[in-house]
Design a protein around this ligand. Structure first.
Ligand SMILES: Nc1ncnc2c1ncn2[C@@H]1O[C@H](COP(=O)(O)OP(=O)(O)OP(=O)(O)O)[C@@H](O)[C@H]1O
Ligand SMILES: [Mg+2]
Length: 149
């Protein structure tokens, strides 16, 4: 069986709110071009966007790796930053350490990680305080996916 893997890597800058979201727009664009179902694309784009925004809001810089595997999509967002001391606490809806200036921009509702969980089949977070965080998300592609082109 031939196993085709398509993959892309992007850089994310911390505190760069001007370009925030662009990486996830790319992911969305790629998926649309490949003919994935719009509802499926929307969910993946939400998960990707929330992971990207967490680097922008909470870390210094990071990378997003996007891979389309035969039955799964894989998104790995890795950053250099403060890390997450208590991942279970961070996963709770409404929990946020975002400072006022970030809340004033409309972020910091504490819903990013719960939304990532909701829109993925597997969410794996590993973090080292003072070093950074790795977020890995796996999303199974819908069965009998009808790619339009
Ligand atoms: N990459 C990261 N580096 C350091 N801390 C993080 C990172 N991602 C999440 N956190 C911590 O986990 C908390 C919860 O994250 P979550 O994405 O759920 O909410 P938020 O980013 O604060 O707000 P929202 O995503 O709703 O704008 C954050 O406030 C922060 O303390
Ligand atoms: Mg967030």
């Amino acid at each position: 069986m031939e196993e085709r893997v398509l993959e892309w890597d992007y850089e994310i800058e911390g505190k760069d709110f001007r370009n925030a979201g662009k990486v996830s727009s790319k992911v969305k664009e790629i998926m649309k071009e490949l003919g994935f179902d719009p509802d499926f694309v929307r969910g993946v784009a939400i998960a990707s966007y929330e992971a990207e925004m967490n680097v922008v809001c909470h870390a210094e810089k990071g990378t997003l790796h996007f891979a389309i595997l035969p039955e799964t999509l894989r998104i790995v967002v890795q950053d250099k930053g403060p890390g997450i001391p208590d991942i279970d606490l961070a996963m709770q809806e409404g929990y946020s350490t975002a400072p006022l200036e970030i809340r004033e921009m409309g972020f910091g509702a504490g819903m990013g990680l719960p939304n990532m969980k909701k829109n993925t089949d597997e969410l794996d977070i590993s973090s080292t305080v003072g070093e950074g965080t790795v977020v890995e998300m796996l999303i199974r592609t819908p069965p009998s996916k009808e790619r339009s082109e």
